[in-house]
Design a protein around this ligand. Structure first.
Ligand SMILES: NC(=O)c1ccc[n+]([C@@H]2O[C@H](COP(=O)([O-])OP(=O)(O)OC[C@H]3O[C@@H](n4cnc5c(N)ncnc54)[C@H](OP(=O)(O)O)[C@@H]3O)[C@@H](O)[C@H]2O)c1
Length: 356
């Protein structure tokens, strides 16, 4: 196994922390000696041992003289766990290859400290893959004042999210639906447009094989605050954290009724202001699941960081609901090209993940 392959394995291992580590980063680590895998580790949960510590423990004395391939710069900070740099020095690791730097000022500085201790350090191997994997964590240090916003839509081949009657269940197949439950588990909050909330009466909960450390908060965006008490989201708001992002004009009596049902009502004059308000409520990552008008408005406002596009192999025709309503046009020469970070099949559907 060469270092490139070892980093690939470390990236794979890091995914095991999805839904369990936030607000910490996803991290995977592999120890190599003479081109052979010695031990592996990953950060499995918030407060749990770091990936490096897990790999060092598994390696024991075989860590001496080995190379560590790790997806994030080893930390210098003793918090819930001891500092990784100290553990690496004590174990006699001779070389460290880190895919990305740690932007957290409390934990950063690992590269310099290891180099000072005489350990050879290289940074950047498979860096863009590691950055994309930890996009939510890295976003927190960019000081945008809003959560990392991802949009997920399941569409037909002709870009429709529902048929002419508004039916979207089930556009994508079972494998794609299981993937969406896995995806939800890694986000602080799941967002939905009010119209979709009314039409679909979705539960917006995580019901897959991965149980998140904290169930995501459900966030409904509806300027008029029109959420009937019979909606599943309203009926279950006392048990599952639920918020409504709405405009200032929502009558006080209606807001009070929703609050009595357990919904936290956030008033904001725009989507950008709504997202800032969510950040202040502790939401650092938000997965928006439609519908088309909310999706178009967010994209038009430049508020989407990632797009998960699930394409189902069927046609719904021009009467169907467009995936992105009211998205202003752009001359071809000025159109921003997004970067594909993942492409794969989900049963008979196709997943494309793009970053802005
Ligand atoms: N295939 C999929 O992935 C998928 C996912 C979700 C939904 N769907 C389907 O999509 C359909 C609904 O989609 P839709 O496009 O008609 O509606 P939608 O996007 O669900 O509704 C737009 C909602 O966003 C609210 N909103 C808040 N701020 C906004 C802003 N600045 N600009 C625009 N809207 C804002 C609107 O509030 P106001 O009305 O008060 O303005 C409205 O409640 C349903 O048939 C559903 O089944 C499909």
């Amino acid at each position: 196994m060469n270092e490139h392959e070892a980093m690939g394995r470390a990236l794979e291992l890091a995914w095991r922390g999805w839904g369990r580590v936030a607000p910490n980063p996803l991290v995977g680590a592999v120890l190599l000696a003479a081109d052979s895998l010695v031990a592996e580790g990953w950060h499995a949960g918030f407060g749990a041992p770091h990936a490096e510590a897990m790999a060092l423990r598994a390696a024991g004395s075989r860590a001496h003289g080995a190379t560590l391939c790790v997806t994030l710069e080893p930390c210098t900070h003793a918090g819930k766990q001891p500092a990784c740099t100290a553990a690496l020095r004590a174990a006699g690791v001779s070389r460290v290859v880190a895919a990305t730097r740690d932007p957290n000022p409390e934990a950063a500085g690992g590269v310099a400290e290891l180099r000072d201790a005489g350990i050879a350090v290289e940074v950047g191997l498979r860096g863009s893959e590691a950055e994309s994997q930890n996009a939510m964590f890295l976003h927190r240090w960019r000081e945008t004042g809003r959560p990392f916003v991802a949009l997920k839509l399941a569409t037909s081949l002709d870009g429709r999210i529902a048929d002419s009657l508004g039916h979207s269940r089930w556009l994508a197949g079972e494998v794609a639906r299981e993937y969406v439950h896995w995806l939800r588990a890694g986000y602080d909050a799941i967002g939905l447009g009010g119209r979709s909330a009314r039409v679909d009466d979705a539960a917006l909960t995580v019901r897959g094989s991965l149980t998140p450390r904290r169930p995501p908060t459900r966030v409904i965006f509806d300027r008029r605050g029109d959420l009937p008490a019979s909606l599943r989201l309203v009926r279950t708001a006392a048990e599952i954290p639920t918020m409504l992002v709405t405009e200032a004009r929502l009558p006080v009596e209606r807001a009070e009724l929703l609050e009595q049902a357990g919904i936290r009502v956030v008033r904001a004059l725009s989507l950008a202001a709504g997202l800032r308000a969510l950040a202040q409520e502790g939401v650092s990552s938000l997965l928006i699941e439609g519908g088309g008008r909310l999706a178009g408005a967010l994209l038009a406002a430049g508020l989407v960081d990632r797009y998960y596009w699930i394409q189902a192999p069927l046609w719904l025709g021009t009467e169907g609901t467009p995936a992105l309503a009211a998205l202003p046009g752009s001359p071809l020469d000025d159109a921003a090209r997004w970067r594909a970070v993942e492409r794969r099949t989900l049963g008979s559907d196709t997943l494309l993940v793009l970053d802005r």
